[in-house]
Design a protein around this ligand. Structure first.
Ligand code: KG4
Ligand code: ZN
Length: 339
């Protein structure tokens, strides 16, 4: 019998300090996330300096807790997977330095992981990957369609030209005076309203898989502004529903077109916006009509930032021989196709 592969994952790219231990790439032994959302809320978004300070305060406690919950000591860890980028540089540095220190003092191999590769591999904690596949990645910082021919190979076939989907959700939420992060609030309101307001859909060039959400965001803001000036009140539920309908329409339509063109066997939904109920339902309905394509949607706690996803990606990369060393540095602009 082969020995189990035990990987410790560390994630600090934005506003969650997270550590997780997973076995054989798919079994979660622990998944600890310390969220800073409450601290950033009053500023309406993530304050980078505050994020770094919180990570420094939390990182040791979170790693110790992850090991304790897994019932393991560092001597039983085969590899440490850490988010190298993209993200906030000061935040990333805390995770990278913690990982390097533990790797060095305990003589454990280190694997650098791309944050979005992590979001994609969150799906492998639910179901084995079948290639070729496409992942629709929708997070606070990214909106991408990523094609994978096999493990560890990522090709970006489309990406946002301006705002990420989550960013658009958060900005629209702010306009509606909803707390940060706004995505879940818009999602909730959208289900209580009706998409009665006509908002634009940025399809871009006919053959493009790129996205653009800044025009839609501005249209929402203008709609509110114009109504205010005329003394008309707009139902924020209907506005949320209309905004959400536009986002989902573009995301789902482009995903289906890519799935057909690239003849993929599986579609993975990844990133924080994957927690969106409307998007999950729309994809499920669309892929019910395509029984040859396997749609995988992770549970909510694996959609938003966590370290189990970093450990999951790190496990596969480690098995494929990927190693980092003590020269590893945080890379806020890391490219998923070359890392
Ligand atoms: O992946 P993530 O946790 O962090 C990044 O890597 O960016 O994504 C956070 C984003 C935020 O913009 C948040 O508003 C959005 O995910 N989000 C949602 C929902 N839950 C979280 N957006 C829409 N609907 C939701 N239910
Ligand atoms: Zn993320």
């Amino acid at each position: 019998m082969e020995k189990d592969l035990i990987v410790l994952g560390i994630e600090t790219s934005c506003d969650e300090t997270a550590a997780s231990v997973i076995k054989n790439g798919t079994i979660i032994l622990s998944n600890v996330v310390a969220s800073q959302i409450e601290s950033h809320k009053r500023f309406g978004g993530v304050v980078p300096e505050l994020a770094s300070r919180h990570h420094v305060e939390q990182i040791t406690i979170v790693i110790e807790e992850a090991l304790k919950e897994a019932g393991l000591t560092l001597s039983e860890i085969d590899a440490i997977a850490v988010t190298e980028g993209p993200g906030l540089v000061g935040a990333l540095l805390v995770g990278v330095n913690a990982a390097k220190a533990i790797a060095y003092t305990n003589n454990i191999p280190l694997v650098n992981v791309h944050h979005i590769a992590g979001h994609i591999y969150a799906n492998r904690l639910i179901k084995e990957m079948t290639f070729p596949l496409i992942s629709l990645v929708v997070s606070g910082g990214h909106t991408e369609l990523v094609y994978m021919r096999e493990h560890g190979e990522f090709t970006v076939i489309g990406e946002t030209r301006d705002d990420a989907a989550g960013e658009a959700y958060d900005k629209v939420a702010r306009t509606l005076n909803l707390p940060y992060p706004g995505g879940p609030h818009i999602d909730r309101l959208a289900h209580e309203g009706k998409p009665t307001i006509d908002l634009p859909r940025a399809w871009l060039e006919e053959d493009s898989y790129d996205f653009s959400f800044s025009g839609l965001k501005s249209a929402v803001i203008n709609t509110l502004h114009n109504a205010n000036q005329k003394g008309i009140t707009i139902d924020s539920k209907d506005l949320a529903a209309s905004f959400q309908a536009s986002v989902i329409d573009v995301l789902v339509t482009k995903t289906i077109r890519a799935v057909k063109e690239y003849k993929v066997k599986q579609v993975l939904l990844s990133g924080g916006v994957a927690a969106n109920k409307g998007l999950r339902t729309a994809l499920e309905e669309a892929f019910n009509e395509m029984p040859d394509v396997d749609l995988v949607i992770p549970p909510l706690n694996l959609c938003t930032d966590n370290a189990a996803m970093i450990a999951a990606a790190g496990s596969v990369l480690f098995e494929r021989g990927k190693r980092s060393d003590l020269s590893l540095n945080a890379n806020p602009g890391l490219d998923i196709e070359h890392f």
